[in-house]
Every structure is written in structure tokens, then in C-alpha cells.
Design a protein around this ligand. Structure first.
Ligand code: UDP
Ligand code: MG
Length: 317
């Protein structure tokens, strides 16, 4: 909740595009028409993520005519996370809006997002309630969103909607790489930002092809594992590795103690596979504990004195 409601009078729209030559002109026209009815300044930052079609050429033509249109040209195709991340880095607005370049996200929905952000949120994510995608993807996405919401505790329905609006503080504090952009609301919520959602219309892809298939959703679950690890244990890695290491070591000690008893009672134990297992568990357990301690060392040495977790200050100049 921001006290200063005037701060959001400058907008940066960040648009990742990878081979979207056919949609760009229409997207630009519709964005310009939408912003003509919105109070405040704006800039449109198109991030060309190493397109191999004429996207860059089309963007340059638009940018030559309109100074509010800026282009970031990435050296090769780095993926949507990197494209967004670079866009966030270069943008100047107080309020940042993202949307896909393929016209599936509807530019005319932007005023609705602004209005919702005004209610005191830090991030509003679009919810494509009626999704215009193949049925397989819809089902996969339902499952993915259900698990992500249950595990991260962020109660929204659609984590991966391209249409989102952020206060600058949020985009400045996000670290995006790989396919992590799918979890932006979870990452922001973990940092203490207030995350909300609003239902938005979703169009079919008019031109070109989707860059993502159903298989990406399966890989999304691996990314979910990363998110659980990042959001729950970044500040305390020993709490993850420690109990695991102690449990394995105890199990190993118990097995070896049992074999020691047999040995004292006169039995040969040198040929028992259980001996190898017990010893292995002890060694792995100790290694886990040291992984945890190494993790703590990394967290300690990379900690920042000033972090983006302060929402406001009172009485400090
Ligand atoms: N995109 C990108 N880099 C990539 C893949 C996609 O910048 O490596 C952009 C793409 O141009 C589009 C947005 O990310 O603007 C979403 O991609 P797409 O429409 O293929 O995803 P879907 O809507 O099918 O999930
Ligand atoms: Mg799309």
C-alpha cells in the first residue's frame, strides 16, 4: 500500500518478443490507443529476444516514428525470463506493465489492471479465466496452477499470465532466469509484496506459433522444486540439508550398531551388504550436513546490508 498515489503516473510497458513480426504493428497501434486515454507518461519497451524473422526491422520502423518506443535487442534467443529481466532493468516508469507480443494478452485490459493496482497492491496478475489455448495446455496449466498455489501459499489462479502490472519496487527486486518467470507472483509474495489478480480477456494466437508446448508444463514442476527451495530455504539452507543428513547418519549408525552387536556375539559381518549400506549412509549423511553448512557460508558472505525488504521509513532522512 503506497501512500503516494501520484507516483504511478509514469508507465513502462515491457514486451518480450521472439519472432512476432506480424503482430507488432497492431500491438503498437492498440497500445497507443489505450494509453491515449490514460493519464500520465509512458514508454513501450520491446525486447527482441534474438528473433530470426523481421521483428527487429518492424520495431525499428515503429521506433523511428515514435520516440516513446524503445527496443532492446538481445544478442541471441535467451528466453522469456531474460527478456523480461533486461526490460525491467532498462525501464524508467514508476509502474511497469508486461504483456506478450502475440496479441493473446489484450492491451485494452490495461486500465483494469491499473485500477486494481490502485487498490493498494504491489503486483496484479491477469487471470485468463477463459483461456484461448489448446485443451491439453489448459488442463496442464490448471494442474500447474493448483500445485503452485497450494505449495507457495499465494492464492491466485493463473501464475503465468503475460499481462501483469507491478510497482517499480517489485521489478527491481526480482531475479529472473531460466523459466522462473512463471512463478513471478510467488517470488514477489515471498518478498512480502502484496499480490492480487484480476480476470482478463485472452485472445487466440493470430499469427506465428507458440514457443511453448505441453511438455514445458512438465518441466515446470522441476522449476516448482526450485521455487520451493528458493522461497523456503534461501536464508537457511542448513535447515533443509541438516535434518536429512542427521536422519541418514542415524539410520547408518543404527545399521552398523546392529552389525557390531552381531560381531560381538561371534558372527562374521565382513561379507554383509548391510555393512556397506550403513557406512554409506553415515558418509552421505555427514556430507549433507556439510552441504548445509557450505550453503550457510554462501548466504552469509553474499548477504547485502541494504535489501529491498524495507517498505518505507519514518523519521529517517
Ligand atoms: N518469448 C520470448 N522469448 C522466448 C519465447 C517467447 O520473448 O524464448 C515471448 C513471445 O514472443 C511472446 C511471449 O514470450 O511474446 C509468450 O510466448 P508464447 O506466446 O509463445 O507463449 P504462450 O502464450 O503459448 O504461453
Ligand atoms: Mg502466447
Amino acid at each position: 500500500m503506497n501512500e503516494d498515489s501520484d507516483r504511478k503516473t509514469s508507465f513502462s510497458v515491457v514486451i518480450p518478443c521472439y519472432n512476432e513480426e506480424k503482430s507488432l504493428k497492431e500491438l503498437y497501434d492498440r497500445l497507443t490507443a489505450t494509453f491515449s486515454a490514460i493519464k500520465g507518461e509512458y514508454e513501450l519497451i520491446f525486447v527482441d529476444d534474438g528473433s530470426t524473422d523481421n521483428s527487429l526491422y518492424v520495431l525499428k520502423e515503429i521506433s523511428n516514428r515514435d520516440k516513446r518506443v524503445k527496443i532492446l535487442h538481445l544478442r541471441k534467443n535467451f528466453g522469456k525470463s531474460q527478456a523480461l529481466s533486461q526490460g525491467f532493468w532498462y525501464c524508467n516508469g514508476e509502474t511497469i506493465i508486461t504483456l506478450d507480443a502475440d496479441l493473446q494478452d489484450i492491451p485494452e485490459e490495461i486500465p483494469k489492471l491499473i485500477e486494481s493496482l490502485d487498490k493498494g497492491f504491489d503486483l496484479i496478475s491477469g487471470w485468463k479465466k477463459k483461456r484461448n489455448d489448446p485443451v491439453g495446455r489448459k488442463i496442464a496449466s490448471r494442474i500447474f496452477n493448483f500445485f503452485t498455489s497450494a505449495i507457495t501459499g499465494i492464492k491466485i489462479h493463473d501464475f503465468n499470465c503475460g499481462l501483469k502490472i507491478y510497482r517499480k519496487e517489485v521489478t527491481k527486486s526480482l531475479v529472473l532466469y531460466g523459466e522462473i518467470y512463471r512463478f513471478i507472483p510467488a517470488l514477489a509474495g515471498w518478498k512480502g509484496f502484496l499480490v492480487g489478480e484480476v480476470i482478463v480477456k485472452h485472445g487466440p494466437r493470430k499469427y506465428g506459433k507458440s514457443k511453448f508446448g505441453t511438455e514445458r508444463f512438465l518441466r515446470g514442476f522441476l522449476d516448482l522444486l526450485t521455487i520451493i527451495f528458493l522461497t523456503k530455504y534461501t536464508q537457511r539452507p542448513l535447515h533443509l540439508f541438516g535434518p536429512l543428513g542427521i536422519a541418514l547418519s542415524i539410520l547408518g549408525c543404527a545399521l552398523d550398531a546392529y552389525l557390531a552387536l552381531l560381531w560381538f556375539s561371534g558372527q562374521h559381518i565382513g561379507h554383509r551388504p548391510l555393512l556397506a549400506l550403513g557406512t554409506l549412509l553415515i558418509i552421505i549423511g555427514i556430507q549433507f550436513i556439510f552441504f548445509g553448512l557450505l550453503g550457510e557460508l554462501i548466504v552469509f558472505s553474499s548477504r547485502k546490508e541494504k535489501d529491498s525488504i524495507v517498505k518505507g521509513t519514518y523519521g529517517i532522512k
